[in-house]
Design a protein around this ligand. Structure first.
Ligand code: GLV
Ligand code: MN
Length: 191
């Protein structure tokens, strides 16, 4: 359910998500074609998320739901991330996908799913999808928020702007600064 925050923060600027006058609303306001297109998975993760959230599909505004299309190349990974504002329900449409999440007690729950099987990611839990099959993978993910938000763990830690201080990362991960710098360099281009 959506109420509670709709965004990470909401500094009022008078815009928000205003409503179109009802007399101007047509069937096309309730249709979005963006998920019909396969995403480009030519990137280091071998995955692509196409979001049909309220920003892409204004017709969702105030309705408390949204959907993504997740394309996975062979071996592709949708990297560990969490949604601060939504529970996620996944259906594997194509391929064989390892889906896992880690609870706040650090218990790892996972399963390999095939076409038609669904997996629920409880709100806020860190999760990922890895293509473990022999073909491309396709998952449709659904959310009980019009704007679930996504915090991608490796990018949040190593590609934030401004950068998270190395001292925080070396201490948190118990590694030398060279390791932190190496990982930061991997994400320098993508950020
Ligand atoms: C997959 O986890 C997604 O957020 O679409
Ligand atoms: Mn997700």
């Amino acid at each position: 359910a959506d109420p509670d925050p709709l965004q990470d923060f909401c500094i009022a600027d008078g815009n928000g998500f205003p409503c179109k006058p009802a007399s101007n609303v047509t069937a096309s306001d309730f249709i979005y074609n963006g998920l019909a297109v396969e995403g480009n998975t030519s990137n280091p993760f071998g995955s692509n998320v196409t979001a049909a959230n309220v920003l892409a599909f204004p017709g969702l505004n105030t309705l408390g739901v949204s959907m993504n299309r997740v394309d996975l190349a062979l071996g592709g990974l949708n990297p560990p991330h969490h949604h601060p504002r939504a529970t996620e329900l996944d259906i594997v449409v194509k391929g064989e996908v390892l889906i896992g999440f880690i609870s706040s007690g650090n218990v790892y729950f996972s399963s390999v799913l095939r076409e038609g099987q669904i997996f629920v990611i409880p709100k806020g839990m860190i999760h990922f999808q890895l293509n473990v099959g022999k073909e491309k993978g396709l998952i449709i993910t659904t959310f009980n928020s019009q704007l679930p938000g996504a915090v991608v763990a490796p990018l949040a830690l190593f590609a934030a702007k401004p950068a998270v201080p190395n001292e925080v990362l070396t201490k948190a991960l118990q590694v030398d600064e060279s390791v932190v710098q190496l990982i930061k360099s991997k994400f320098a281009a993508s950020s």
